[in-house]
Write a protein of this length. Structure first.
Length: 131
């Protein structure tokens, strides 16, 4: 099964699981009060379109990652794919100044998170050449 076939199954799995998980978390939310399924359709179209756009971006990125695995190897491709949270964290810290005014201890933990996450990505990427 090639990367595009895996992408199709991935998309179908995500689509089908949405019905299960959406209904479950609408009835038993982690926070707030339960909502009816009909409330889903009362949401603004822009919210639904943003969710759809997010899914398209996620699925496209997954297919690109699977295609890259054919060229770079699974370990390198996986490491690159797992770097996305680092980009998001950097945006939060540098662009949106989310830790501005945070305590020194918080900033220390943030720095350690970056160090250990990058170290983990490097170790996973090196697993490709460890044989």
């Amino acid at each position: 099964l090639g990367p595009y076939g895996v992408g199709v199954f991935f998309t179908l799995g995500a689509l089908l699981s949405c019905f299960l998980w959406n209904v479950y978390f609408m009835r038993k939310p982690l926070v707030g009060t339960p909502v009816n399924f009909s409330d889903f359709f009362r949401g603004p179209a822009s919210g639904h379109l943003l969710g759809l756009l997010g899914g398209i971006i996620w699925g496209t990125g997954t297919v690109f990652n699977l295609v890259a695995a054919n060229f770079t190897g699974v370990a390198i491709s996986y490491a690159i794919g797992q770097s996305a949270p680092m980009v998001a964290a950097l945006w939060g810290v540098l662009a949106w100044k989310e830790f501005q005014g945070a305590t020194r201890r918080s900033k220390t933990f943030l720095a350690l998170m970056f160090v250990f996450y990058i170290l983990a990505i490097v170790l996973v990427a090196r697993a490709n050449t460890a044989s």
